[in-house]
Design a protein. Structure first.
Length: 430
């Protein structure tokens, strides 16, 4: 949320700009903004504007990292001044991109099993040979925190290079308290060491640990760790994988109850391989998001819309797994369910580090419109992280995170493949 101090600062400085404070001297009136971007085409995504909220020949001005003016450049006073003014020559400006579902922190690689699948090996055969999630758990447990940070930083830098300014990172490849903590600490370090906002999610209920057979006992251990993670501020949210090959709705409900008792919001890997009514379960707990959703039914779509739970679509996993069952996009549209897009970057089913590619996949594979794809990695992704009051649109008072692209039209961002037209990226106004 925008802090009161920032609100007061912006209000005072904007009052100065428009001459609403006669007690301010002429010298101070000339110090208008910290930074101004002029001659821009603004994709605001503001709720009070239709479609993408496009403003031709627009301008953005900042005060202390916050947007203090956004609108047509003609509405900016002729004598508006700033410490720095940047002319963009008509370039396209979006809110900083948001990757709201990733597993960026992990050890090892799954390239070998990809090769085995291409040669015809089944999932079961790969698992018997030591592949699958077990191989990632083994490699992650063996990796130090520094090693996890170093490998994840390379993946994170690729996202940053495309204009990403906020990313969610899940744990879930440790499946024991020590390694899960190490993964979350590594994610927190990435947020401190890289110019990007990182939100962390505890995904202890991702899979059963190797060698463990008692699911209920493991779920109890997952629940027991939640209060400590909340107390130590290692997790911003709690996730689970509700599926026939993972955890039941009842077990997922227990994890959610532990999260809610600890004051942490929840989200859910739901309805990816079958319909266990995970979307409805997530909505009943007021989840920030339910993700995957290939098998979600009409009732689940409606429940999510009523609860404000965002549908996070993950076309990278759909593509890699060569799935044929698509998420119910039309049902989401009918009910007004918000739809976000994310990379789901992970070593097994979506080794994707390009949010621009994901926009194209969302349009090509799921038939999203250009407007839906762009909103899905900005405004709707912000809702999926509970940050819609802070980021995701270009509006006065919000944090100034920008992705500036050298393209002629918004559709180019969705249409082109293997093309990164990022001109510059602004994080917190700089």
């Amino acid at each position: 949320m925008l802090c009161d101090t920032a609100r007061r600062t912006i209000a005072k400085r904007v009052a100065i700009l428009y001459g609403n404070n006669s007690d301010i001297g002429a010298t101070e009136r000339l110090m208008r903004f910290d930074r101004i971007w002029r001659d821009a085409r603004l994709v605001t995504l503001a709720s009070n504007r239709p479609g993408l909220g496009l403003i031709e020949r627009g301008a953005i001005a900042t005060i202390e990292g916050r947007i203090a003016f956004v609108g047509p450049e003609a509405d900016l006073l002729a004598n508006a001044d700033a410490a720095e003014t940047i002319r963009l020559d008509g370039r396209l400006v979006l809110p900083g991109l948001i990757d709201c579902h990733t597993h960026l922190v992990y050890g090892g690689s799954r390239a070998k099993e990809f090769e085995m699948r291409l040669a015809g090996a089944s999932y079961e055969e790969i698992a018997r040979s030591g592949g699958g999630i077990v191989s990632t758990v083994r490699a992650t447990r063996a990796a130090s925190e520094d090693e996890l940070v170093a490998s994840a930083r390379a993946r994170l830098d690729r996202l940053i290079a495309e204009g990403v300014t906020t990313v969610e990172i899940k744990s879930g490849y440790g499946l024991d308290a020590e390694t899960e903590r190490r993964m979350l600490r590594a994610a927190r370090r990435l947020g401190r060491e890289a110019p990007v906002r990182v939100l962390t999610t505890y995904l202890g209920a991702h899979a059963m640990p190797p060698g463990e057979t008692d699911q209920d006992a493991y779920v109890a251990a997952v629940c027991d760790l939640v209060p400590a993670l909340a107390r130590d501020k290692l997790a911003d949210a709690v996730d689970a994988f509700c599926e026939g090959i993972a955890f039941s709705p009842e077990q997922t409900g227990r994890v959610f109850a532990a999260a809610e008792a600890a004051g942490l919001p929840v989200k859910l890997h739901a309805d990816q391989l079958s319909n266990l009514h995970g979307a409805r379960l997530a909505a009943s707990h007021g989840a920030l998001s339910a993700d995957h959703l290939e098998y979600t039914d009409e009732e689940g779509a409606a429940a999510m819309a009523r609860a404000g739970t965002v549908a996070v679509l993950l076309p990278g996993a759909f593509y890699v797994l060569r799935e044929t069952r698509k998420p119910p996009i039309e049902a989401f549209r009918r009910h007004g369910t918000r739809m976000a897009l994310a990379t789901d970057c992970n070593p097994g089913t979506s080794p994707v580090t390009s949010l621009l590619l994901i926009m194209n996949m969302g349009a090509t594979l799921f038939r999203l419109t250009v407007d839906e794809a762009i909103a899905g990695v900005t405004r709707e992704a912000a809702h999926a992280l509970g940050l819609a009051a802070e980021i995701g649109t270009l509006e006065t008072g919000k944090r100034c995170d920008l992705a500036i692209f050298d393209v002629d039209a918004p559709a180019e961002l969705v249409y082109r493949i293997g093309f990164n037209p990022l001109f510059s990226r602004v994080y917190g106004g700089t």
